[in-house]
Design a protein around this ligand. Sequence first.
Ligand code: DX5
Ligand code: ZN
Length: 217
Amino acid sequence: MDIKISPSILSADFARLSADVDKVSGAEMLHIDVMDGHFVPNISIGTPVVKSLRKASRMFFDVHLMISDPLKYVGPFADCGADLITFHVESGSDPDAVIAAIREKGKIPAISVKPKTPAQAVYPYLDKVGMVLVMTVEPGFGGQSFMADMLPKIKALRQKAEELSLDLDIQVDGGIDLNTAPLVAQAGANVLVAGSSVFGSGDPAAMVEKLREAARA
Ligand code: DX5
Ligand code: ZN
């Protein structure tokens, strides 16, 4: 499958957000992390920022909702310019209702699993979503170490998708760099989120290309 890179703006300079987003415009998507201080122990970006970014960028917006009760916020984030909306299976909202709400807005639904949640938790939804996100760190913060024990989960999901003849995007998020990109790609992931490795590098645009190459190798 084609490798796609989704730089996470959580590691960007929020005082120069638009300039940082421009640096990664060569990526297939832009990963926007939304945290509510309840589902995860951190607070990040809300709808006003997405709305402003929408005016400043034509990139595909991959919005990762790390929030409780995502059903309540699908509408606002869709209206502010999200193209794809990821919610967590552990979030407390009924996954079928959230998926339906995202589709109703004409956006792509994606479902995510935290490290301690087994792959099986999302099997019932694989044919209803465009993407599954396997967290490779505990959600909440950028710059954490990649959890190699998530590789079997990625493999299991890719195998299940193939069994069901689904052309499913499998995204990974957390600790993705030039060392871990080949590992996740070999396991079956094709959409790689990268925050600190991209924005912490001297040349974010070049790092996007390098990550894509590393994943293809
Ligand atoms: C963490 C967020 C990630 C984060 C990844 O909970 O979901 O998207 O920005 O950061 P890195 O790539 O630095 O691990
Ligand atoms: Zn994320």
